[in-house]
Design a protein around this ligand. Structure first.
Ligand code: GLY
Length: 415
């Protein structure tokens, strides 16, 4: 099933059940706690907190999301992306667990010719928060899931927040069993490669304070209402429904990956190292197009720095793969061609997006030409002296004098 069809079915399913279809918000919402929208619920945060009155009780959206915390993992695992699309259904003080659980189950298990995703019921498992007997009971009573496919997990896995102070709550995650070829038996608690998370239902009912990690924060109190916030990753769903191993090989992303292979002269599927690089390019080129499209300009801090870092990673990987000429313009063209059917604003902004990306590429290629020579000299002098570590002083000089980015120095030094 194509990504566009997965998206269409999600929105239709919830629209038919009284949800208002809300278009994706910009990645740059005015929220001082976030650089970018990092979840489908972010545009609705004021409604959860009771700071604004929602114009609807039920909503559904497919929201553009950027998450850069795990950027080093992109391409190495089957499922890390810096840009992805989050399908969600939301209830603002309307239905709660008793509505969200059967909705998700129905959409997943309804056959494909009847408008669903066609998952076999016996391949689905769920997890619930450790003391959430209510959700565990509903999975059995409302949809008939056997008790031995419901597992309990603690705060780290089954309590969701935006990672910053704000609305939060226990969650229940739905997993698809890909079978014994992918790992050992025992449900999601045993193996999250075999049991792939497809949908997270958050029972949004509390407010969290400051604190590190996924459990080191206080719960400050209750939200004015009990709400629902769910997240189904479109790319992950596409990987399953298209029968490919990872999110970089789905219809929309694969087109960019193939273009990167063509432009660099390195075929996909020949070596793990170059496959990782091609997957990084496919993911990051798309992120660049969307970030620039939403108004980010490369810079040395904040959002601009994230864009600069991502663009530079694309350029470095393309060089590593064998591209000797600039490629950013072509990659952006392909990313836009893949995504514009769902996001027509990319077409309106095409010329500007391309110009910004190509401008950043030529500046960086110049920096690389000067910086690489200095880097090589520094490495040679370390080696001559019998060492294996580039000093902080040398790394700083590369950055300060030649504009050579520290993350690139770290990557090259590690190599
Ligand atoms: N807000 C739910 C999720 O992103 O998983």
């Amino acid at each position: 099933m194509e990504s566009a069809e997965i998206r269409r079915r999600f929105l239709n399913f919830f629209a038919e059940r009284g949800h208002t279809v809300v278009p994706s918000a910009s990645l740059l919402l005015n929220d001082p706690t976030l650089l970018f929208v990092n979840a489908g619920m972010v545009p609705f945060k004021p409604y959860f907190l009771g700071e604004a009155v929602p114009p609807y009780k039920r909503a559904t959206s497919v929201q553009k999301v950027v998450r850069t915390l795990d950027i080093e993992e992109v391409g190495k695992t089957t499922r890390h992306a810096s840009f992805f699309q989050m399908c969600g259904n939301f209830s603002f003080g309307d239905y709660f667990k008793e509505g969200a659980i059967p909705f998700a189950w129905d959409l997943l298990t309804t056959s494909t010719h009847e408008g669903g995703y066609g998952f076999p019921e016996d391949k689905l498992w769920v997890t619930v928060y450790e003391d959430d007997d209510e959700a565990a009971g509903m999975w059995q009573e409302l949809v008939g899931l056997p008790a031995d496919r419901i597992q309990r997990r603690g705060m780290v896995d089954n309590f969701w927040s935006m990672g910053v102070p704000g609305p939060c709550g226990p969650c229940s995650e739905i997993y698809y069993d890909r079978g014994p070829d992918y790992g050992r038996e025992g449900g999601p608690v045993a193996d999250e490669d075999r049991y792939l998370e497809v949908w997270n239902l958050v029972f949004m009912q509390s407010i969290r304070g400051e604190g590190p990690g996924k459990e080191g924060f206080p719960i400050l109190g209750d939200l004015p209402n009990k709400n629902i916030d769910t997240g189904l990753g479109l790319e992950r769903m596409a990987a399953i429904l298209q029968g490919v191993d990872n999110i970089y090989e789905i219809d929309t992303t694969r087109g960019i990956l193939d273009r990167a292979a063509e432009l660099s002269g390195t075929a996909y599927g020949t070596a793990e190292g170059s496959d990782v690089a091609l997957r990084v390019v496919a993911d990051h080129a798309r992120t660049c197009a969307f970030l620039i499209g939403d108004g980010v300009i490369p810079g040395n801090e904040g959002r601009g720095y994230v864009l600069r870092r991502i663009t530079r990673r694309v350029i470095s990987k393309m060089r590593e793969l064998g591209a000797h000429e600039p490629t950013m313009g072509e990659l952006i063209d392909t990313a836009i061609a893949q995504m514009a059917p769902q996001y027509p604003e990319l077409n309106d902004q095409h010329v500007r997006i391309r110009q910004v990306a190509v401008g950043e590429e030529s500046a960086f290629l110049q920096t690389l030409r000067t910086g690489s020579a200095i880097f090589d000299t520094a490495v040679a002098s370390v080696r001559t002296n019998g060492g294996s570590t580039l000093s902080g002083e040398q790394a700083f000089a590369l950055h300060d004098t030649y504009g050579f980015p520290i993350d690139l120095t770290l990557e090259l030094a590690a190599e």
